[in-house]
Design a protein. Sequence first.
Length: 352
Amino acid sequence: MKKYKSYFLLPIIIPCFLLFFLLCLFAACSQKNYAGLPAYQFKSPDKKPDYGNLDYWAAHPWKKDPSDSVPKPLKLYYQPDSTVDVFFIHPTTLTSNSDPRWNADIDDAALNARTDYTTILYQASVFNEKCRVFAPRYRQAHIRSFYVADSISAPYFDIAYEDIKAAFIYYLTNYNHGRPIIIASHSQGTKHAGRLLKEFFEGRPLQKKLVCAYIIGLPIPTTYFTILQPCKDSLSTGCFVGWRTFKSGYIEPNFIAKETFKSVVINPLSWTSDTGYFSSSYNKGGILKKFNKLIPKTVSTQIHENVLWTSKPNVFGKILFTKKNYHIGDINLFYMNIRENVAARINAYWKQ
């Protein structure tokens, strides 16, 4: 059974207990029953999303949602500018081993709330100062889809992409009105973002509207795109960046060590493919477990072959932190660097 053929697969499939542990470190493990809120009590008559209804957007500029949140240390300097849009595709949150579904139900209140108060709050919010944030709900594939052969998983990923594509078309038709676009994603979202970029941007008129694609958390083979190129520096536009984060010195044996292709890796502390070491002094700050606490000098970085190596996160008790796969923190660890880079690239785009 082939488990690693698709162009975008998880760097390592994280067991659910590890996923939960890392989620507690890199995002909130909230005890609040958000799923009980009226905002999540909607039902789709045909089990498909209706993107004309704001319920089917996890983030949307016309409603209040977790992507609007600003960490407390940044509120004093928060000056929103909405001349650019970000279309954000969230990662897998359907991860329970006991869940028999291969695709999420679009109106699953508990899952939608979990998505909103983890990935939308801790990831999509990084773009909210300089962008209007659009993040569609979609019938995501279960995490087990990354375990099985492509012939088995393809239909489930196709269902998920069908929703992403429909949401993007709706966005273009009803909201874009010629505005510049950032495509952003993490993990499973990046698998779908790659397809979206090839279908709608690469070699097409819309490519001129692309500020940058932040497609993070899965490998991006250097041969995947034919026209779109990796960003060369922090001010390049019309390009893409991506990385996967592991503890320095760690080479995951079952997947990473067996990769036979070259993957694009951009260091979010330098915004280049420079393989040199960048100390934590380059890290402007991460947002980990507590959303309103900015962790300075979160990690140091260095590109090693197909991945980004980092130091242990700069948190209390880090000596006891033994995990080596920092997949959940791919965005959180570099929250401020990404936030500032978004502003810099938008500024460069307008100057062009």
